[in-house]
Design a protein around this ligand. Structure first.
Ligand SMILES: [Ca+2]
Ligand SMILES: [Ca+2]
Ligand SMILES: [Ca+2]
Ligand SMILES: [Ca+2]
Length: 402
């Protein structure tokens, strides 16, 4: 009996793996990048499209918005799929930059979301999402946001020569250590060995990410989003509402501070591993910031989510059906790294929308978790008392396919 059972388990395992691979493929899109040789290409107007690409597209490599419709060439080509040489791509007399019109050439997901602080409206519009405030904050602290997400966006990855010679001030401040991303001299020396003879920033970053994956392990089988308990004032962290049996000092040592995580080759949840990776990237002189995202397909307790039935595509979110005490905390923290002269989302891989299969909305980016305080507005048990509510969600395949 044992053998057939084992066989079934193996088959089940293979099926599971295939589903995971298929899911990952769906999440990241079809194109795969070979990052070890991401090219160094001049980008005169610094819009994210190389001069070479702009010449091929007949856009102006000296001008960020060639047709003058208020959408950058980069956004038209990479994010929206509209024509960067025509202010009205489909000729219906509505300009490409119209909030609805720009959804007609790429797959997009619309959501109406109520959310409490902390979020940063300034950084919420990026290559994957557009955000605007509708109302609020109300008496309970909820602001209502209108959001359009473009999860199919495939960013072109170009590199800069490494070590970096010129980093704009705006990015340079994200090389400095923070309370959590507290790299030290030992880590700086170690990271030199890890990046070795890397010729580009993308190559160096990839080696650091790989090193962390291969040389550190998840510390114990327990999972808390560490920073939900932590505030930092005047350089000191304090822990609130922490009831886990795991001792506080040990939690801080193995999950929060990058220097001790590095020394012990350990890390905690996604926010924790992002801290360690970010500290090592900073130590390598590569600007890095941490981003926090929230799942927009979300329910809690026994609540059903009829709005997800309206979606054309299926976006599995583990939080859709949390059960009892086994609820999964699936807000997701990862990174944005300044590579090839632009900020790229970096999870386990460079330049992808997300690692987890689901729809995640970026709500803020910070140089260090100590710069943000969730403890006031996000209850520790935030699945029950939610700091964000999706009121409406629908998705749309492109109307035009040319
Ligand atoms: Ca350009
Ligand atoms: Ca334009
Ligand atoms: Ca246009
Ligand atoms: Ca139009």
């Amino acid at each position: 009996m044992a053998k057939p059972m084992k066989k079934y388990l193996i088959i089940a395992g293979v099926i599971f793996l295939l589903v995971v691979i298929a899911g990952v493929g769906a999440c990241f899109g079809r194109q795969r990048y070979s990052l070890s040789n991401a090219p160094i290409l001049p980008d005169t107007d610094q819009d994210g499209l190389s001069d070479k690409t702009e010449t091929k597209l007949s856009t102006d490599p000296m001008l960020v918005d060639t047709d003058g419709d208020l959408l950058t060439d980069y956004d038209e080509v990479v994010k929206y799929g509209t024509n960067p040489l025509n202010i009205d791509s489909d000729g219906d007399s509505i300009l490409d930059n119209d909030w609805e019109e720009r959804r007609e050439y790429a797959y997009s997901v619309y959501t109406l979301l109520m959310i409490r602080k902390p979020f940063d409206i300034e950084v919420m519009t990026d290559t994957y999402q557009d955000v605007r405030v509708v109302a609020g904050p109300d008496k309970d602290g909820y602001t209502t946001l209108e959001i359009v997400m473009y999860p199919d966006t495939q960013v072109p990855i170009t590199a800069s020569s490494y070590p970096l010679t010129a980093v704009p001030d705006e990015a340079a401040r994200y090389i400095k250590p923070g309370i959590a991303t507290n790299y030290n001299a030992e880590m700086q020396a170690a990271v030199k060995t890890i990046v070795g003879n890397a010729q580009t920033d993308v190559q160096a970053a990839q080696r650091i990410l790989d090193w962390v994956q291969q040389n550190t392990t998840y510390h114990l089988d327990y999972s808390i989003p560490e920073f939900f308990y932590i505030t930092a004032e005047e350089g000191k962290v304090s822990v609130h509402n922490y009831e886990d049996p795991f001792p506080v000092d040990e939690m801080l040592r193995t999950h929060y501070y990058a220097d001790s995580m590095f020394a012990e080759r350990t890390h905690g949840t996604c926010t924790s591993v992002a801290t360690l990776k970010c500290a090592l990237l900073k130590a390598a002189g590569i600007p890095c910031r941490l981003i926090q995202t929230v799942p927009v397909v979300f329910s809690h307790g026994s609540q059903t989510v009829p709005y997800t039935n309206n979606l054309i595509r299926t976006w599995n979110n583990e939080l859709e059906q949390p059960q009892g005490d086994d609820r999964i905390m699936a807000s997701h923290g990862y990174m944005e790294v300044y590579l090839g002269g632009q900020w790229l989302r970096v999870d386990r891989e460079i330049g992808i929308y997300c690692q987890a299969p689901g729809l995640y909305l970026k709500i803020l980016s910070v140089g260090d978790w100590s710069e943000v305080d969730f403890t006031e507005t996000w209850p520790v048990d935030w699945v029950q008392e939610r700091p964000f509510y999706t009121l409406l969600i629908d998705d749309q395949e492109p109307k035009h396919t040319d």
